[in-house]
Write a protein that binds this ligand. Structure first.
Ligand code: DAH
Length: 340
């Protein structure tokens, strides 16, 4: 068969290709190494030298013609497809949609949002602070001097050799940054990640979440602190919950307290409250005058209270999670249990 006949047969097949897949197969067959064009090209070297030039040109013409034919058919098929779509052919509105996998909020995010909602409703600002913090804000300005024993309990990741830059060990430094910037009176909370260099086990993790709270105003007292905590608990649990204060020591508050809340899981002792009917909720206290002073606020004129809510602990308590490492472990089997 001569070239012309070959081309005509091929063009006829191209014109009949029913769909893009068939067209692609045909393209491989015609233009591929073993196809019509490939055979012509591979025959060239064995031709007498005088015939090679014309044979090469003929092969090129064949390739150009086939490529144009394939391209034209591809356009035709695409247009026919579009026309069918436009006419609604092959579209079934009753078919169920493809399954979409839904994610969910991490329980820490969920509880943070809930708390932010309650605090916002009480007129609090929501503030952010750096996770890599100056030693000054993380310790010094909070009345924790270089030789203070409280530094031992906050195993610190240092970021430089001088030790002036740390990964914040708590969210309390945001108190100082906020007091420097804001003019009293004000109320704020700061949720965020904190870091401690400790070996991890079921109750210790190098990264966890806290929410710092700070209120500065005229004549702020322990009564305001207790009232605020009760409002917070009512906001979360939808009912009144009793609280009690025990003495606690933190260098940046005076007096300092541990605030307990009545167990929300039982009325006569359970595993969560270890039979005591009280749950340790958070440490808190009245802002130490030295801290107010370090941030440029006159302690003779202003006073305040502060609290440090352990968000990770709160999530563990409310969901009965017994190993803190689950929280940031990234195991989908764990995360899929929360559909909030
Ligand atoms: N920053 C403290 C810690 O993580 C917790 C804390 C205690 C925060 C007492 C406070 C407070 O605001 O008043 O160990």
């Amino acid at each position: 068969m001569d070239n012309q006949a070959n081309l005509e047969t091929a063009q006829a097949r191209i014109a009949e290709a029913p769909d893009p897949a068939a067209l692609a197969a045909l393209e491989r067959e015609l233009l591929g190494k073993d196809g019509l064009l490939g055979q012509q090209l591979s025959a060239i070297p064995s031709l007498p030298p005088a015939e090679r030039g014309p044979a090469g040109r003929a092969a090129n013409e064949l390739k150009t013609a086939l490529t144009a034919g394939l391209q034209a058919r591809a356009t035709e098929l695409a247009q026919a497809d579009l026309a069918r779509d436009r006419a609604g052919v092959g579209f079934d509105a009753t078919l169920p949609p493809p399954q979409v996998e839904r994610g969910s909020l991490h329980p820490i995010t969920h509880v943070t949002r809930k708390l932010v909602e309650v605090f916002t409703s009480m007129g609090y600002h929501i503030l952010d602070g750096p996770e890599v913090e100056l030693d000054w804000y993380n310790f010094e300005a909070l009345n924790i001097s270089a030789d203070h024993p409280a530094r031992d309990s906050q195993d610190t990741f240092y970021c430089d050799e001088k030790g002036s830059l740390v990964l914040r060990t708590h969210t309390s430094p945001v108190q100082v940054r906020a007091m420097e910037r804001l003019t009293p009176p004000f109320r704020l909370v700061c949720p965020g990640k904190v870091f401690r260099q400790e070996s991890t086990d079921a109750t210790h993790e190098h990264t966890f979440h806290q929410m710092e709270g700070l209120v500065v105003g005229k004549d702020i007292s322990v009564g305001h602190l207790v009232g605020t905590m009760k409002t917070l608990l009512r906001g979360i649990f939808g009912r009144d919950i009793d609280v009690r204060l025990r003495p606690g020591h933190f260098p940046f508050v005076e007096p300092g307290f541990e605030l307990d809340a009545r167990c929300v899981f039982c009325s006569d002792g359970c595993r969560v409250c270890k039979g005591t009917r009280w749950i340790e909720l958070l440490p808190c206290g009245l802002v130490h005058p030295k801290v107010l002073q370090a941030a440029g606020i006159d302690p003779d004129e202003w006073s305040g209270f502060a609290f440090g809510l352990g968000l990770s602990r709160l999530v563990m308590l409310s969901h009965g999670i017994d190993d803190v490492r689950h929280l940031l472990g990234g195991d989908l089997r764990f995360l899929e249990q929360f559909s909030c």
